[in-house]
Design a protein around this ligand. Structure first.
Ligand code: SF4
Ligand code: SF4
Length: 472
């Protein structure tokens, strides 16, 4: 007791009465098979396999996908991105966002129900729970079992421990793979397998532990709460869906008035819903779809498969709960092509086109010119003025490249090396001296050009040439 009066329940429009401090009610989902669950399995597996397999692929003798943060290089198969190219990653995120907007406006939350990592990992954790603790009714019984030194309690302890051990194992495997996108995964695994633990740095251990804990908590404990309270997508999807968007919906015209009855019994003016609540028992977010469209619904179709099985047993037509649209439910025609979805799709395609173009135009090298510290200029014996620089040249390609350095100002001469070679993905600081006969006006603009030897790509950077009387 904290001395305060008990919190008053708050009425929220459309959500019934809720106490904001109420305990979370445990959800014991019932396992269900069916057409859509097969589809979810077949759509989830390729993503799962891709996630675990991709960091093991090699490309040109190195890891095909590696976000090498210490070296500040992101390798994506034949493409290496440097910090200067990060805007391309931002672009990719924009393409992903508009792709998601397009999909959401057309088919609602199919992404959430079928391929979102939270859904896929939660489904795996629920499957583990089912094989260790049994079906729904067994889990409810197990959960209610009080503490005591008896055989039943030991059985509960055994089942619970195996579940948590398997959860932790899978979470650690997930975390190791995730860290393997940032640290060479083959080396890391060899060091772990050969128990050469000292060779792995502390941060790697920290991130493995962090992602293990995050996976274990999110998919094992929090589950639907991540979708309901933490995922921003659930909140802004309402801006993208309309009466023509595909949603999971119960048909109240057909189902109501609901009422229980025996198989083959007379319907007695009741609707097709026999109020068996199977659709509620299989729902991973614990909602009753018969109450109408709710933001907690992730479109997973468990309720559709469950209800279809009931309809089959009752010899009623299927699809009392189905993927449909609000317009179709109201007897109107569904328009798939609407300005909103076409607009999102067109923006997405334009972004993809622009991204492809920007990628093809991306230079395979970059350079900076830095002035040498110390003396601003040197007066040479022949009366000319010399300035010293550092050329910071970066070969962004994955192959060895040769470059030609030149000065574009007519009276300036490059007296240091003109030809420079660099291995793929390396950066080099090169001393560069430029001499100018008949010294120019103070602080003259100086154009330095670097080209690949085949002159296919050239870049020009401008710096300043200092001479007597010039201000730095
Ligand atoms: S599963 Fe179908 S019949 Fe059973 S309660 Fe849900 S909607 Fe009604
Ligand atoms: S209402 Fe149906 S589709 Fe929505 S989350 Fe629950 S089971 Fe999945």
């Amino acid at each position: 007791m904290n001395g305060l009066p008990p919190a008053e329940p708050i009425k929220l429009e459309g959500f019934g009465e809720q106490n904001l401090y109420q305990r979370r009610e445990k959800i014991f989902t019932r396992h269900i098979g069916g057409r859509f669950q097969k589809l979810r399995l077949y759509s989830g597996w390729p993503f799962l396999l891709a996630y675990f397999a991709l960091p093991w692929l090699t490309w040109d003798d190195r890891q095909a996908i590696l976000f090498d943060l210490p070296a500040r290089q992101f390798h994506l198969f034949g493409l290496t991105l440097w910090p200067q190219d990060l805007w391309l990653l931002g672009w990719l995120l924009m393409i992903g966002a508009f792709g998601l907007f397009t999909v959401t406006s057309l088919v609602g939350r199919l992404w959430c129900g079928y391929t979102c990592p939270q859904t896929v990992w939660t489904a795996i954790f629920m499957w583990v729970e089912q094989i260790t603790e049994g079906e729904r009714h067994q889990r409810i019984r197990l959960d209610a079992l009080p503490f005591g030194w008896n055989r039943k309690f030991w059985n509960k302890l055994k089942r619970r421990s195996s579940k948590h051990l398997l959860w932790l194992g899978w979470a650690a495997f997930t975390a190791l793979t995730f860290v393997g996108y940032f640290t060479p995964i083959r080396e890391m695994s060899q060091q772990l397998l050969s128990a050469n633990l000292a060779a792995i740095d502390g941060w790697t251990y920290f991130w493995i532990a962090f992602f293990t804990a995050a996976t274990y908590i999110n998919a094992g404990w929090m589950r639907e709460q991540v979708c309901i309270y933490m995922c921003p997508y659930a909140r802004f999807q309402s801006a993208m869906i309309d009466k023509d968007t595909l949603i999971v919906s119960y048909d109240p015209k057909r189902g109501e008035p609901r009422g229980s009855r025996q198989r083959k019994a007379d319907q007695n003016n009741l609707g097709d819903c026999i109020n068996c609540r199977l659709c509620v028992q299989v729902c991973p977010t614990g909602i009753d779809i018969r109450d109408g469209l709710q933001y907690q619904c992730i479109g997973c179709a468990h309720c559709i498969d469950a209800c279809n099985q009931v309809m089959d047993k009752m010899d009623y037509p299927r699809d009392l709960i189905s993927y449909t649209t609000e317009n179709r439910l109201a007897g109107r025609t569904t328009r798939w092509l609407r300005p909103k979805s076409v607009g999102y799709g067109v923006i997405c395609l334009l972004l993809v086109g622009a991204f492809g173009w920007a990628l093809s135009q991306r230079s395979t090298f970059a350079f900076d010119i830095l002035r040498e510290r110390g003396t601003l200029w040197h007066q040479t014996a022949d009366g000319a003025v010399r300035n010293d620089y550092q050329l910071k040249l970066m070969n962004k390609a994955q192959q060895h490249q040769e470059f030609v350095v030149s000065v574009l100002n007519p009276n300036a001469n490059l007296i240091s090396a003109r030809q420079v070679e660099l291995d793929g993905g390396t950066l080099r600081n090169i001393d560069m001296q430029i001499k100018w006969h008949n010294p120019p006006a103070p602080n003259t603009a100086l154009d330095i050009q670097v080209c690949t030897t085949d002159k296919a790509r050239c870049r020009v950077e401008t710096t300043r040439f200092l001479s007597p009387g010039a201000t730095p």
